[in-house]
Design a protein around this ligand. Structure first.
Ligand code: ARG
Length: 279
């Protein structure tokens, strides 16, 4: 047993070091509303948002992960949600094309960052897709959300680009408008999700694919508990999601509560702030 492992039940949990891209919220604000969490009338505490974000970044580094940063751009307050900037698997970068005009400039900015970093397989998509907000990698396959942001035609486009199977899932509750607000990847073959965020058909697909999934309660979903990041052992999740934290601990994971309440005012938390650079 090494420092990176823990065991509960019959499963040993091993953390693997990740490369992550984040964007400091130096121009964060809520100036428009494109999801039910956003209320532009209530002032945002920019200093608090930045301190909370730095807490998450520092925690990733303490856990041994590499965090790269992209420079935030004035006038793009949602750019902090790096998960939406692209989908990266096997070093291949599938660009993001945003649904709302308020965020469309972010897609090319993120793609340009990848170009400058030396990624050479860059792809500008034909159909609307909001990066890892709606594309989650589970082992060697992808789960893909649709219903609010990502166009379902994008799913086939991503499947052809990555050469990996993509399973489409339809979201129905506007509060869970991205897949990463309703489903979290815990390991190469385990997920947690909130069933009511999906159509009956998509719930049946999830049950068939992941019969032992962790199911979130209404309370844990409502505090954005599913917007979490797992390194295979540690699971960073919103502090308020105490029920989920307990369920994860029972399965041998180490839940770590994170306070990102000021960013939640834009409808984002841990996972939204984190883009994983795979391969
Ligand atoms: N205000 C942003 C939006 O509505 C929040 C994005 C959250 N990101 C995520 N990966 N769920 O687009």
């Amino acid at each position: 047993m090494t420092a990176n492992q823990s065991t509960a039940g019959n499963r040993t949990r091993t953390a693997t070091p990740r490369r992550l891209l984040m964007c400091p919220p130096r121009h964060f604000d809520v100036t428009y509303s494109i999801n039910p969490w956003m209320n532009p009338v209530k002032p945002v505490d920019g200093g608090l948002a930045l301190r909370q974000w730095e807490g998450l970044r520092d925690l990733y580094r303490e856990l041994g992960h590499t965090v790269l940063e992209i420079e935030p751009v004035p006038g793009l307050p949602d750019m902090v949600f790096a998960a939406n900037g692209a989908t990266v698997v096997d070093g291949k970068v599938f660009g993001a094309r945003f649904r709302h005009v308020e965020r469309t400039a972010e897609g090319p900015l993120y793609l340009e960052w990848f170009r400058r970093q030396g990624f050479d397989e860059l792809y500008w998509p034909e159909h609307i897709n909001e990066g890892e907000g709606d594309y989650l990698t589970v082992g060697r396959r992808l789960l893909a959300g649709t219903g609010f942001r990502t166009d379902q035609r994008s799913h086939f486009e991503a499947q052809e680009f990555f050469g990996l199977p993509v399973t489409g899932l339809r979201l129905v509750n506007p509060s869970y408008y991205h897949l990463d607000t309703a489903l979290a990847v815990l390991s190469d073959d385990e997920v947690a999700y909130y069933p009511k965020a999906f159509t009956e058909g998509s719930q049946a697909v999830l049950r068939a694919m992941f019969p032992d999934a962790v199911l979130a309660t209404d309370e844990d979903a409502a505090v954005f508990g599913l917007n979490m990041f797992s390194d295979g052992r540690h699971v960073l999740l919103p502090k308020a999601a105490t029920g989920l934290a307990g369920q994860l601990a029972e399965r041998g994971f180490e839940p770590v509560g994170v306070d990102l309440t000021e960013l939640l005012r834009a409808g984002g938390s841990v996972k939204c702030c984190t883009l994983e650079l795979r391969g």
